[in-house]
Unconditional design. Structure first.
Length: 81
């Protein structure tokens, strides 16, 4: 893993920040400049979170590859188990 990844805030923290920004924007009480800054930050967080999810999906795919290169698929366990 690279050093850059260690410097990033946890996924859950970034998601919580994005949710808070969305709530503030939905209230519609921010001045225009603050709304624009919040929107820009939110879009940056969306890109960051999407990239992190893609990275996780690729890592999972690597873990599920067999020695011959084919993918193994498994059902997810039921929530009741």
């Amino acid at each position: 893993m690279s050093e850059q990844r260690d410097d990033r805030p946890p996924f859950e923290e970034s998601l919580a920040e994005l949710e808070a920004l969305v709530r503030r924007l939905e209230q519609g009480e921010l001045p225009l400049e603050e709304s624009l800054a919040a929107f820009e930050r939110g879009m940056a967080l969306v890109r960051l979170l999407a990239a992190r999810l893609e990275d996780v999906a690729q890592r999972v795919e690597v873990l599920l590859r067999t020695s011959d290169g084919s993918l193994v698929t498994r059902s997810l366990p039921d929530e009741e188990e």
